[in-house]
Design a protein around this ligand. Structure first.
Ligand code: GLN
Length: 202
C-alpha cells in the first residue's frame, strides 16, 4: 500500500514539527492551507499554536467550513494543544466570539493550568491497550488546555494529577478523532503519531 496522505493545517503554529513526525512514521505529509487541498488527504493534524489565530485565519483563507465538514463526516483528525481547543464542541475561557471546528464532544478549558505553570513537562501514562504504551509518554505542556467534561462516546486516553486540583484529562479519543493537551510533535517520541496513523489507515 502506498503511504497514506496526512495533512497538517498550516495556518499558524508548529506545522513543521508535525510534518516531520508524519514523514518519520511513514505517512506522506502535506501542508494544508486551502479547502481544495483537503481533498488530497485521508487525515488531518491540527497543530499547537494559538487557537484564536488559527480559527481567524481559517475564515480568512476560506478553509474553515471545509475542515469542520470533513471532521464531522469522519475524517481522522488529531489536535494537539491549540488543536485540542479547535476540536472542542464547547469552550471555557475562550476569547470573545472564539470559534472552533468542533468534532469532539468535550468541554475544553483554554490555558487551564494557570499562569504559575505556564509550561511544564510530565511523564503521562496512556490507557491504550498496546505494549507500545506500557511506558509513559514524556509530554510537553505549553499554555495547555484540559478537558473538563466529555460525552458518552469519548474515551479518556490519559490524565495528569494537578497538585491541589486533582486529576485532569489531557488526552481523548472519539472514534477517528483524537486530541492531546500537550505537544507530542516537539519530542522524538513518535508513538502518538503512529497511533494516529493507524486510525487513518483503519
Ligand atoms: N493557549 C493556546 C490556545 O488556546 C494553546 C497553546 C499551545 O498550543 N501551545 O490556543
Amino acid at each position: 500500500m502506498s503511504s497514506p496522505a496526512v495533512g497538517v493545517l498550516a495556518l499558524q503554529g508548529d506545522v513543521r514539527e508535525h510534518l516531520h513526525a508524519l514523514s518519520q512514521v511513514g505517512a506522506c505529509p502535506l501542508a494544508i492551507r486551502r479547502a481544495s487541498e483537503l481533498d488530497d488527504v485521508d487525515g488531518l493534524i491540527l497543530p499547537g499554536g494559538e487557537s484564536t489565530t488559527v480559527a481567524k485565519l481559517a475564515r480568512t483563507f476560506e478553509v474553515f467550513e471545509a475542515v469542520a465538514d470533513r471532521i464531522k463526516t469522519g475524517m481522522p483528525t488529531f489536535g494537539t494543544c491549540a488543536g485540542m481547543v479547535l476540536l472542542a464542541d464547547r469552550l471555557r475561557d475562550g476569547a470573545e466570539g472564539q470559534e472552533t471546528f468542533g468534532g469532539l464532544d468535550i468541554t475544553v478549558r483554554r490555558n487551564a493550568f494557570g499562569r504559575q505553570v505556564d509550561s511544564f513537562e510530565s511523564d503521562v501514562q496512556f490507557g491504550i491497550d498496546d505494549p507500545a504504551f506500557d511506558q509513559p509518554v514524556h509530554a510537553v505542556f505549553i499554555r495547555a488546555p484540559w478537558v473538563e467534561d466529555l460525552g458518552e462516546g469519548v474515551d479518556v486516553l490519559a490524565a495528569v494529577a494537578v497538585p491541589g486540583v486533582g486529576d485532569r484529562i489531557v488526552a481523548v479519543q472519539q472514534g477517528p478523532v483524537m486530541a492531546t493537551s500537550f505537544h507530542p510533535e516537539v519530542s522524538d517520541d513518535l508513538r502518538l503519531h503512529r497511533y494516529f496513523l493507524d486510525l487513518v489507515t483503519g
